[in-house]
Design a protein around this ligand. Structure first.
Ligand SMILES: Nc1ncnc2c1ncn2[C@@H]1O[C@H](COP(=O)(O)OP(=O)(O)OP(=O)(O)O)[C@@H](O)[C@H]1O
Length: 308
């Protein structure tokens, strides 16, 4: 059976009756990168705060390392490093000095500082004052802070927020290498699908407090809305025919699109035996961005349907 490092059971957080996180059941496997994806305000930070025991759930439970965060918080947190929103540091101190403060609090070996500086690629600038750091370097310092003490689990809340594209790429590459390099599990939140797509092994999508997808990145990609693109003549009659047959048909340019999982060969046969000339048929997969938009849109529509 798959081992989960984090499991939640109907985890819920309400603020004045409003469910910012609504009964979610996270299952975060050990050893990979779990991308926690959702638009702004979806409930990512609130969930992460509950996982870290920074706020208590209104209902439900969170277990990390098979222990309950409300009962064994200190035991759990010894094995967790985190960066929630922007990293905090003293700008007038060097990277080394900043890390030393955390090292002293955690009471770990001095060698730990160079180890983490090396992982995040800041060893050469360890004696530079943080106020002279770029945004990307500050984020890397934040990750170094979270890695002090050699945690088994790293939780990063929107680590690429506010970075330029080059900075985003650097942080992404850094995070991507961590499970293999250190044998740790990483949970990383983001509102940008392409970012998660490029580094995560598993994905949870949250929208308006609801977990609307959870599974491997592969499973998410498989959900791509396969469309069949057809070129058939006479087009208008072909559309009418397909509509009568119950297909969802969309007409774009000179082609007909069918947005559902059906096999191209069945469709071709359907048209050919009814005397249509089929001059083009192909499968047209939408990218993950479309899927993300589709999933979140569907969720919103369901909500509207429920209200009505
Ligand atoms: N302390 C609070 N009191 C009241 N409402 C809150 C509080 N914290 C969060 N919320 C609300 O809960 C919802 C979820 O917020 P949360 O910060 O978890 O979202 P998020 O997915 O992390 O988004 P972002 O990336 O914008 O931070 C939002 O509507 C937010 O306004």
């Amino acid at each position: 059976m798959k081992k989960y490092l984090i499991e939640t059971d109907n985890l819920t957080k309400k603020f004045d009756g409003f469910a910012a996180v609504n009964s979610i059941n996270l299952k975060i496997p050990q050893g990979g990168i779990y991308g926690f994806l959702g638009p702004n305000g979806a409930g990512k930070s609130t969930t992460i705060r509950m996982l870290l025991g920074l706020i208590s759930p209104t209902e439900g439970k969170a277990k990390l390392f098979d222990k309950s965060i409300d009962k064994d918080r200190l035991d759990i947190l010894k094995k967790v490093g985190s960066m929630v929103e922007n990293p905090s540091y003293y700008a007038h101190l060097t990277a080394y000095e900043n890390l030393n403060i955390i090292r002293e609090i955690l009471n770990v070996e001095k060698s730990e500082i160079e180890r983490v500086l090396n992982i995040v690629g800041l060893l050469e600038v360890k004696d530079k004052k943080v106020k002279k750091f770029s945004m990307g370097m500050k984020q890397r310092l934040g990750i170094a802070q979270a890695l002090i003490g050699n945690p088994e689990l790293l939780i990063l809340d929107e680590p690429t927020n506010g970075l330029d594209p080059a900075g985003i790429r650097e942080i992404r590459a850094l995070i991507k290498g961590l499970p293999e390099k250190l044998g740790i599990t990483v949970v990383v939140s983001s509102h940008i699908l392409s970012e998660i797509e490029l580094m995560a092994t598993d994905v949870g999508i949250i929208n308006k407090g609801n977990l609307i997808f959870q599974g491997s990145l592969e499973e998410l990609q498989k959900r791509s809305l396969a469309q069949i693109k057809i070129g058939a003549e006479p087009k208008k009659e072909a559309i009418d025919h397909l509509l009568k047959r119950g297909y969802q048909v969309e007409e774009r340019d000179k082609y007909i699109y069918i947005k559902e999982f059906s096999s191209p060969s069945i469709l071709t046969k359907e048209l050919v035996i009814n005397n249509f000339e089929v001059y083009h048929i192909s499968e047209d997969k939408s990218n993950l961005e479309d899927i993300f938009l589709d999933i979140t849109r569907k969720e919103n529509q369901d909500e509207i349907t429920n209200i009505n």
